[in-house]
Design a protein around this ligand. Structure first.
Ligand SMILES: Cc1cc2nc3c(=O)[nH]c(=O)nc-3n(C[C@H](O)[C@H](O)[C@H](O)COP(=O)(O)OP(=O)(O)OC[C@H]3O[C@@H](n4cnc5c(N)ncnc54)[C@H](O)[C@@H]3O)c2cc1C
Length: 385
């Protein structure tokens, strides 16, 4: 089969790898470079933690994703998964239940009381009195390296074509073809739209209305040399236990320390550049100055804003079946990168007519619109010819 993929982020690239690995042909078209530094996937790191409190299926899926990333490192002959673990601040009374959940999902976990946490990670700045759960089947994915490795593999693959700077402006769900801004048409047997935060532009209003656009500011820091060893031995901290939802990614594999918080995330109308506005930068500087001992603004080496979509009703991703083997996957913030190998496997199976194995991830196993027959949902797309 010939599969056309719109987008060159982690979802499209890993789905393309799945398809060519199964013997199919792929055509990947992105509006910009492949990979594109403005894509949501293009950052120094993304965190993989397994714990989804109170949700065994999703926690087990995250443990599967952990193993899938290790397999992908082998397949792509590139090191991009730093298994430094993940630490989540959690109330003492909920910590034991979280450890049991992780154990049931096949992951190892350790509980820290408030005193132990402050002793083990004095440099990290947890909210006073908080405890934590440390998972070992977790860590940091070097996101830009993942994209470069995928694009490199596809660029030289006999059954893959990469089309950078070819923006998709319309999709014909009946013919499984996409129309490009330059007037060209890419025709396949199946189509995947994986346009990240730009997904709404390709969907009809009834679907795009379901998706809410968010923008989040991040700080990138160089830690002082005296603290470098302590930071190098720090897991990804997905929650410092503060009311504002502060989190950090340690400086692994030569990357800077990354700091952000749920409080630096806001709903916006459009994707507009990646420059962090000064108000949001100062908000994060103030947040972390109050948390991390010795934190100073001259640690800062860069700032960036990133966009993501979330489905209004679930705050998660949205898989929509637009036609027979024509899909749209609108990824979400927080977890679509770590789950990308499972998402890609499932999407590739649907696109190529194989039975997708259950992933344990609700939006994948139960897509939004189930089209029946060969000529469904023509009006679901804007720009249908
Ligand atoms: C601040 C922040 C932190 C995050 N942290 C984590 C984390 O720790 N763990 C985790 O698992 N996830 C995390 N995420 C979420 C994760 O990064 C995203 O869900 C994921 O990277 C989205 O991948 P994607 O391929 O769908 O989209 P993208 O990476 O945005 O790729 C979409 C691509 O489509 C292209 N495109 C768009 N429109 C068109 C068009 N019309 N024609 C052709 N090409 C087009 C774009 O140029 C782009 O290259 C985070 C997100 C944010 C914003």
């Amino acid at each position: 089969m010939r599969v056309v993929l719109a987008g060159g982020g982690v979802i499209a690239l890993l789905t393309a790898i799945e398809c060519v690995s199964a013997g199919h042909e792929v055509i990947v078209a992105d509006q910009a470079d492949i990979p594109f530094s403005g894509a949501t996937s293009f950052d120094r790191h993304r965190v993989l933690r397994a714990l989804h409190p109170g949700d065994l299926a999703t926690t087990a899926a995250a443990v599967s994703a952990h193993h899938a990333w290790i397999e992908l490192e082998r397949l792509l002959s590139t090191r991009f998964y730093e298994q430094v673990g993940a630490l989540t601040a959690i109330d003492a009374e909920k910590a034991a239940a979280a450890r049991e959940l992780l154990t049931a999902a096949g992951s190892k976990a350790e509980v820290f009381g408030a005193g132990e946490l402050a002793d083990a990670f004095p440099h990290a700045g947890f909210h006073p009195g908080t405890g934590a759960v440390l998972e070992s089947y977790a860590g940091v994915l070097l996101a830009d390296r993942v994209l470069a490795a995928c694009a490199g593999r596809l660029r030289w693959h006999a059954h893959a074509e990469l089309h950078p700077h070819r923006k998709v402006v319309g999709v014909d769900a009946d013919r499984a073809e996409v129309r490009l801004a330059d007037g060209g048409i890419l025709r396949g047997d199946a189509v995947l739209l994986a346009a990240g935060p730009w997904s709404r532009e390709l969907l009809a209003p009834e679907l795009s209305r379901e998706l809410v656009l968010h923008r989040q500011t991040m700080l990138y820091c160089d830690v002082p040399p005296a603290d470098a060893a302590a930071w190098a031995a720090t897991p990804a901290i997905t929650s410092l236990g503060t009311p504002g939802g502060a989190w950090l990614v340690p400086p692994v594999a030569g990357t800077p320390l990354k700091l952000s918080a749920a409080s630096a995330c806001r709903v916006v109308d459009d994707v507009v550049g990646g420059t962090a506005p000064s108000w949001w930068r100062e908000h994060l500087i103030d947040t972390f100055a109050a948390l991390i001992p010795g934190f100073r603004r001259d640690w800062l080496v860069d700032t960036r804003d990133c966009h993501y979509l979330a489905r209004r009703s679930t705050l998660g991703p949205m898989l929509a079946v637009l036609g027979d083997r024509v899909l749209s996957y609108a990824a979400c913030g927080g977890s679509s990168f770590k789950f990308a190998p499972l998402i890609a496997r499932s999407l590739a199976a649907r696109l190529t007519g194989a039975d997708p194995a259950p992933t344990g991830l609700e939006p994948l196993d139960r897509p939004l619109i189930r089209a029946s027959g060969v000529h469904p949902t023509r009006p679901a797309l804007r720009g249908v010819s």
